[in-house]
Write a protein that binds this ligand. Structure first.
Ligand SMILES: NC(=O)c1ccc[n+]([C@@H]2O[C@H](COP(=O)([O-])OP(=O)(O)OC[C@H]3O[C@@H](n4cnc5c(N)ncnc54)[C@H](O)[C@@H]3O)[C@@H](O)[C@H]2O)c1
Ligand SMILES: [Fe+2]
Length: 396
């Protein structure tokens, strides 16, 4: 019997445009939103891959003209970067935002939008959940990685380098107006980033399906995402030019994004945010390492839920061949095997040590994990000693 919560909320207000040459609609969509002068936000890697040009070409022949371009978003960008880009938005007289990049770019753009709409020049004033009062500027998200799902989520994660933490901004106002998925935009992603970002998407789906706020709608998105990731992530990592696999992963990432934007995530994200904030481990790498470890931690509380996940994770043959009482552990083992395959294909790190975390930083990471809000929705409480033992387990 599938339990249904006695109360839940669900929303996905983002218009999705997906398919070959979908980016060519960008100017039309801005026009529909009443915008005439967008600020385009991107990063150097995206520009070097020739992807900014694809978007610029999308404005040819349109009355909508790019007002300014910011191409220096750093990975895990910070409140300082956001403050500077918001200033650029105002000085260039822009009225809307187009974000072209991975989660770092999309989240920077969301945070810039907070300052563009609310005014002020210090993002820290707006940290927290549902404190934004004014409608945001028209905003189009064009993801170039397939992982964060930020194009359909209500969250922006921004680093605070002065405190070595990652800050979460969540508000229903932060949803982009339009998300554009175009297979051309992810073809150039290198194998290791493809693997890491794909594991971020898988972590969103698994945590959304097993956390306290799960509900029938977020579950449907999560299981659809997991099955696509099972079939297409190794293919996209093995052969980056496989357009079908790239487009499937873009869809899977979006599905997982809708799922966790409503259900939320859990301990795996708190641990990944911690090693990201303290030691700059890329978000997807942290999630890949902690996903099986976090599942084993939660196992005594949600084994039945993990057992159900074996079907999308491993497919019907494996599900039917596995006795019911062994399905939950088999789900964890399937994810460990996927990590090993991605390691073989792309060098995705399997331990914190391989990801460059110094042994002397483990306690700092555990402190940061406890202070991170993601584990609020985890099915099981997480205390400092638990976090430290999970981090030690992940070390080597
Ligand atoms: N808002 C959310 O809901 C949410 C969810 C998960 C993660 N995040 C945040 O997203 C950030 C991580 O984003 P990410 O994993 O997408 O990585 P990223 O945006 O940091 O990009 C990683 C690298 O890949 C390069 N790159 C991106 N697309 C490329 C392409 N198509 N071809 C070649 N190179 C490309 C970039 O230039 C960059 O150097 C973290 O800060 C994380 O906390 C946000
Ligand atoms: Fe994530």
């Amino acid at each position: 019997m599938v339990p249904i919560p006695s109360y839940y909320e669900f929303q996905n207000p983002v218009k999705v445009i997906a398919g070959k040459v979908a980016v060519d609609n960008v100017a039309y969509e801005l026009d529909q939103l009443g915008a005439k002068r967008p600020l385009v936000i991107t990063d150097k890697g995206v520009v070097a891959a020739g992807l900014l040009q694809v978007v610029v070409d999308g404005f040819a022949g349109s009355e909508v003209a790019i007002g300014a371009i910011f191409e220096d978003t750093p990975p895990d960008s910070s409140n300082h970067v956001v403050n500077a880009v918001a200033k650029m938005f105002r000085e260039a007289g822009c009225d809307s935002i187009v974000a072209v990049g991975g989660g770092s770019v999309l989240d920077t753009a969301k945070a810039v939008n907070i300052l563009a709409a609310e005014g002020g020049d210090d993002l820290l004033q707006y940290m927290g959940a549902e404190i934004l009062k004014k409608p945001l500027k028209p905003f189009i998200a064009i993801p170039t990685t397939a992982g964060t799902g930020s194009e359909v989520t209500l969250a922006a994660i921004i680093a605070n380098p002065d405190k070595n933490i990652k800050m979460a901004f969540t508000s229903a106002r932060l949803y982009p107006n339009v998300a554009i998925l175009d297979p051309r935009m992810t073809l150039t992603m290198p194998p290791k980033i493809t693997a890491a970002t794909g594991m971020d998407a898988l972590t969103h789906a698994v945590e959304a399906y097993s956390c306290k706020q799960k509900n029938p709608l977020s579950d449907a998105y999560a299981t659809a995402a997991i099955a696509m990731i099972r079939d297409y992530l190794p293919r996209a990592v093995a052969d980056g030019s496989d357009k079908d696999a790239r487009f499937a992963m873009a869809n899977a990432s979006l599905l997982a994004g809708v799922s966790f934007s409503n259900a939320m995530v859990g301990v795996v994200h708190s641990l990944a945010h911690a090693v990201g904030g303290v030691c700059h481990v890329p978000h997807g790498v942290g999630n890949a390492i902690f996903l099986p470890i976090g599942m084993e931690y939660n196992m005594d509380v949600v084994a039945d839920i993990y057992a159900e996940l074996l079907l999308p994770l491993a497919g019907p043959d494996v599900y039917l061949a596995t006795p019911p009482e062994r399905r939950a552990q088999k789900s964890v083992d399937t994810i460990k095997a996927l990590n090993r395959e991605l390691n073989r294909l792309s060098g995705l790190p399997l331990t914190l040590k391989d990801a460059g975390v110094p042994k002397g930083k483990l306690e700092d990471c555990a402190k940061a994990a406890i202070n991170d809000g993601s584990h609020t929705f985890n099915p099981k409480e997480l205390e400092y000693n638990d976090a430290l033992s999970l981090i030690r387990k992940a070390y080597e």
